[in-house]
Design a protein around this ligand. Structure first.
Ligand SMILES: [Zn+2]
Length: 329
């Protein structure tokens, strides 16, 4: 039987998602394992290998049915060498070789790339980007990343760093400190932690707010602030307008530079839907160059948290033979 399935692995700071994906982008089997980064990268790699074996065995899948295994990592990778260079939120993964280990273990082709680039590949082929040739796919969560496809080509850049939009500097002076060591990065202004910080600052002096009540003494999350806005809490609504404004400014800069047809916004914070996307659209309308934004579509991601595994599985598709080829399958 021919290999008509691929495996996608989406590595996150807390969990690793693994899925067997059909060539039509359909998820056939999936599972997840804890990352447990504190136990070292060797432990995490062994967990991934064990978990892939489990999925194959449980579903009576012989490796001859599988074309290869693709990985998305949340940080800097070298897809040509098959190495993870640096993961800001997963300590210990510095210059770690991965693809040869997987090839030796399973006798299958293995590829890696950045996780948001994988999500962009997923959305481009099977999600919100399916009808377009030029797109920017943003993920807004604890951090902010992007995957960029222009004229059908996935942008990786000279050191595979293209798309690090979270570190676009939006406040030249007096901006908050970013995980990258600089100040005023987009990620410090429009991410999940930025939303939480605004909410916590507001109630610091003991002021009441709907999100404080909803948190019931526990941690405030972006989702709780969104729910409070849904209940009509004006402060919560304003917090999303501010975050949406900064996302809109970053998107404006990106579209003036790259002129995509569509901007897709995903990630945990984007689950707030129009509450977040409306202020983004408004800001882009007001600030972007008319020619660059004339036919621009700004929309929510369609594949949810499956975009990463679906996109990772596409890395090993036989059609995806060269980094310079069109990435439409
Ligand atoms: Zn930064």
């Amino acid at each position: 039987m021919s290999a008509n399935l691929n495996i996608g692995v989406d590595v996150g700071g807390t969990n690793i998602k693994i899925a067997v994906v059909g060539t039509g982008g359909n998820i056939i089997y999936s599972g997840s394992v804890p990352t447990e980064a504190y136990k070292g990268y060797g432990h995490t790699i062994n967990n991934i290998i064990k978990s892939i074996r489990n999925i194959l065995n449980k579903n009576n899948l012989d490796t001859s049915r599988i074309g290869g295994i693709g990985f998305g990592f949340p940080g800097m990778v070298d897809p040509e060498k098959g190495m993870v260079k640096f993961l800001p939120n997963i300590p210990g993964w510095t210059d770690i070789e991965i693809t040869d280990t997987i090839k030796n273990e399973f006798g299958l082709k293995a590829e890696i790339d950045n996780d948001v680039r994988c999500a962009a590949l997923g959305e481009y082929n099977f999600g919100a980007g399916a009808a377009y040739n030029s797109m920017i796919c943003l993920t807004i969560g604890t951090g902010i990343g992007s995957g960029i496809i222009i004229d059908g080509k996935l942008l990786r850049g000279a050191n595979f760093c293209a798309g690090e939009i979270g570190h676009m500097i939006l406040k030249d002076k007096d901006g908050p400190i970013c995980g990258c060591g600089d100040t005023g990065c987009f990620e410090t202004l429009g991410s999940g932690p930025a939303i939480v910080e605004m909410a916590e600052k507001y109630i610091m002096g003991g002021k009441s707010a709907k999100f404080r009540e909803l948190a019931e003494g526990g941690e405030i999350t972006p989702e709780i602030v969104a729910r409070a806005a849904g209940f009509g809490d004006k402060v919560a609504g304003r917090i999303y307008q501010i975050a949406g404004y900064w996302i809109g400014i970053a998107v404006t800069n990106a579209i003036n530079l790259l002129n995509p047809e569509i901007v897709i916004i995903g990630g945990g914070v984007a689950n707030a839907g129009d509450l977040l996307i409306e202020p983004v659209k408004r800001t882009v309308r007001e600030r972007a160059l008319g020619t660059a934004s004339e036919k621009l579509v700004i929309t929510a991601a369609e594949l949810g948290n499956n975009a990463g595994v679906i996109g990772a599985s596409l890395l090993v598709c036989s059609e995806f033979s060269s980094y310079n080829n069109d990435v439409r399958f």
